[in-house]
Design a protein around this ligand. Structure first.
Ligand code: ZN
Ligand code: ZN
Ligand code: ZN
Length: 718
């Protein structure tokens, strides 16, 4: 009996994107399974790939070559991951090879990895250490002796001690139930979720900032680990801080694994190996951890479910929320989402009863919601203050500094001045490669494009009228820092991309703020989320309108989320917090809702606006971007594509095909950008239309230089 295998190539081939048929060189199916990594000849080259299906019948009539080698099992995918890749490729319309890039599969087996060790012969080990200076300096050996067990790397030393019978590699023990103290309201929510968490459970834990969601997650995770199950705990990139890792490890010291894209290949392999073995571990990870071969997964937690960074903006453009939905549903395990500001997608599902809802409305230790005051900046200007800091905010800063408390001023714009304009002819200085305004950076004395990074030396000469009449307008963080220095004799920290180039400086600055080395902190959104500074009592939002005015139907949602996070930074210690929001739109429903901390008020209004206009979550939008250096070609190509899509849809009323239109960022990195939107309630039909339209478009083989980007879960429409 011959068995045929369909394999997926790891390397993109110039041919069609499909699976290729090979035959197994043996008939014993025990030696392979779906997901096995194999070697074979492809176009006269030795290639590697994964087996995606096994079949006793040949479904290919040409010559079928044999598989040459089956690689060790530790390098295989699990059958579940194979299913997942197929789904990704169908759902986001990308190739299997592209989808496979999401998986951090190991290239090779590392011998020197982390294992869990227990001390077998303590006396002998103790004697040995006493005699050896080298062992006395080996921290992992000393820690093992102290704790009698622990996670260590299998270095030559450790291997030797194992051989000599002093240590032994063991299975990870089941962790004890963590002794986490819960407040009364936390306890209630925890018990409700625990009761409801049976099969096919999706829940939303909506807890206001500072309400203590993490304790509930960890308590639930403990229940699963204790039963020998695995837990996947996903956080946005910025959330995996040393603080957070320590917090989790405190409860599950032997059973916590951290996974993100910055790990080395060896470190990734260590995690890969343990989760694939089915060890009872909690994986604390960023979105790439959603693609680990977790063999014994019992619970998925997606914290900060509204976060934009859960969407990957490179192909395949997937949203991790959709991926964990799929995974939890397929495995029949519970999925718990959490946030202080639910996404409209999630909240609409709560309203329609698809997601269970749990609310934590009290801040930890009953700390009150900060007092929020709105300052009308039009009025401020009319009364003679055209600066960025209103008089009332100046006064409040002064008050707080007097008391020795900390102030955080939020401005989501780095650099010195964001607008460079000619006062004679009105010329507006834009990046020559992108259609976005350049920002003046004072310390480097240049104009910078924050999109492509282009730098042009400072000049006051207008490129249009040649007069020395370029002026700087508006405020970036650098300029605010300078103004503050004139106003207050205080220690001022600026936290933005320019001051935070290395990861190290980030941790350092957080530490320094905690230690009160700063009185006033001026920062961008890098500092808006998740941090606890107990002495921070006053928050000033310098320009609340900035994100509100973007041409994107989610601008309101993102503003509410961001402002809520910023407001949440105030008063996390004993002293109640206070917030000043400066705006030109004091009556705006988002600003009003942020002031009251009223999610419901904002969400119902936001949803009714979306319903009126038919935007998500009341429809699904697919976005196509056509870009190229020759605008004429881009426009022509886009028009051809729109017509092909309309034909493919047979002008069905189920799909609204919008465009082509110039994208709001109409030119980036010298490329002109046009987009086409497909708005639908029948997304599987729209996918078919998209596939058919693109197939026809390829057949036209236009001799144009165009790039085409597909986004089936677009979050940003710029
Ligand atoms: Zn700079
Ligand atoms: Zn640029
Ligand atoms: Zn000019």
């Amino acid at each position: 009996m011959t068995v045929y295998a369909q394999v997926a190539l790891l390397r993109p081939s110039r041919h069609l994107d499909r699976l290729y048929t090979y035959k197994l060189p043996f008939s014993d199916l025990k030696e392979v399974s779906i997901g096995a990594k194999v070697r074979f000849n492809f176009n006269n080259r030795l290639e590697e790939g994964f087996i995606f299906s096994l079949d006793e019948e040949r479904n290919f009539s040409g010559e079928i070559k044999p598989i040459l080698e089956v690689l060790p099992e530790e390098l295989w995918l699990t059958p579940e991951l194979v299913e997942m890749i197929k789904w990704i490729s169908e759902y986001y319309l990308c190739s299997i090879t592209e989808a496979l890039t999401l998986i951090s599969y190991p290239e090779k087996i590392y011998q020197d990895v982390e294992v869990f060790c227990t001390v077998v012969d303590e006396k002998k080990l103790n004697e040995k250490i006493k005699k050896s200076k080298r062992l006395q300096n080996d921290l992992s050996v000393i820690n093992l002796l102290k704790n009698k067990r622990g996670v260590v790397r299998t270095t030559a030393t450790i291997k030797k001690l194992i051989e000599q019978g002093m240590l032994q590699i063991s299975e990870k023990p089941l962790p004890n139930l963590p002794s986490i103290e819960l407040s009364e309201s936390q306890k209630q929510v925890y018990q409700q979720i625990k009761r409801d968490m049976l099969k096919n459970f999706v829940g939303l834990l909506h807890g206001i900032t500072g309400s203590g969601k993490t304790e509930i997650y960890l308590k639930l995770a403990g229940d699963f680990l204790n039963r020998g199950k695995q837990v996947l705990f996903l956080l946005p990139e910025i959330g995996i801080t040393t603080q957070m890792v320590d917090r989790v490890k405190k409860y599950f010291p032997d059973n916590t694994l951290v996974f993100h894209s910055r790990l080395s290949a060896r470190e990734k392999f260590t995690v890969w190996r343990q989760v694939k073995k089915g060890s009872p571990v909690l994986v604390l990870g960023t979105r790439s951890a959603a693609f680990l071969p977790l063999q014994n997964l019992g619970l998925i937690i997606l914290d900060e479910e509204h976060e934009l960074s859960y969407k990957q903006e490179e192909t395949p453009k997937y949203h991790v929320r959709e991926v964990v939905y799929w995974r939890a549903k397929r495995l029949g395990i519970p999925l718990l989402l959490g946030t202080a500001t639910p996404s409209m997608e999630t909240y609409a599902a709560v309203i329609s009863g698809l997601i269970k809802y749990y609310y934590l409305g009290k801040r930890y230790q009953n700390r009150p919601y900060p007092q929020v005051m709105i300052v009308d900046m039009f009025k401020e200007a009319k009364e003679g203050n055209t600066g960025i800091i209103s008089r009332i905010l100046q006064h409040k800063i002064y008050e707080r500094l007097q008391k020795g408390e900390q102030v955080f001023l939020f401005l989501n714009r780095r650099g010195f001045a964001p607008v460079i304009m000619c006062r004679k002819c009105g010329y507006f200085y834009r990046c020559p490669d992108c259609d976005v305004s350049m920002t003046y950076h004072k310390e480097e004395r240049n104009f910078q494009c924050h999109y492509c990074g282009k730098k042009i030396a400072f000049t006051s000469k207008c490129p249009a009228c040649q007069e020395l009449s370029l002026d700087l307008y508006g405020y970036g963080t650098q300029r605010v820092e300078e103004e503050l220095k004139k106003l207050f004799p205080a220690k001022i920290f600026r936290v933005d991309y320019d001051t935070m180039r290395s990861k190290n400086s980030y941790d350092k600055i957080l530490e320094a703020i905690k230690n009160k080395e700063a009185d006033i902190i001026i920062g961008t959104q890098m500092l808006a989320k998740g941090f606890d500074f107990p002495d921070l009592t006053l928050v000033g939002v310098l320009n609340a309108d900035q994100s509100l005015n973007l041409p994107d139907f989610r601008a309101g949602e993102r503003s509410f989320n961001l402002l809520t996070q910023v407001v949440g930074r105030a008063g996390r210690g004993i002293v109640p917090g206070e917030v000043i929001i400066q705006t030109f739109n004091p009556e705006n429903y988002i600003i009003q809702a942020v002031q009251k901390g009223n999610f419901q008020q904002y969400a119902l209004k936001e949803l009714s606006l979306r319903k009126q206009t038919g935007y998500p979550p009341f429809s699904r939008i697919f976005r196509l971007i056509i870009a190229g250096e020759d605008e004429q070609q881009v426009v022509e190509g886009a028009n051809i594509l729109v017509n092909l899509l309309k034909n493919a849809s047979k002008f069905s009323s189920e799909i609204e095909i919008i465009g082509p239109a110039a994208a709001p960022f109409y030119k980036l990195k010298r490329n002109f950008r046009y987009h086409i939107l497909l708005k639908t309630n029948k997304s599987s039909f729209a996918r078919e239309v998209l596939k058919a339209g693109l197939r026809e478009f390829k057949k036209c083989s236009l001799n144009y230089k165009l790039t085409l980007v597909l986004d089936l879960s677009p979050q940003i429409f710029l």
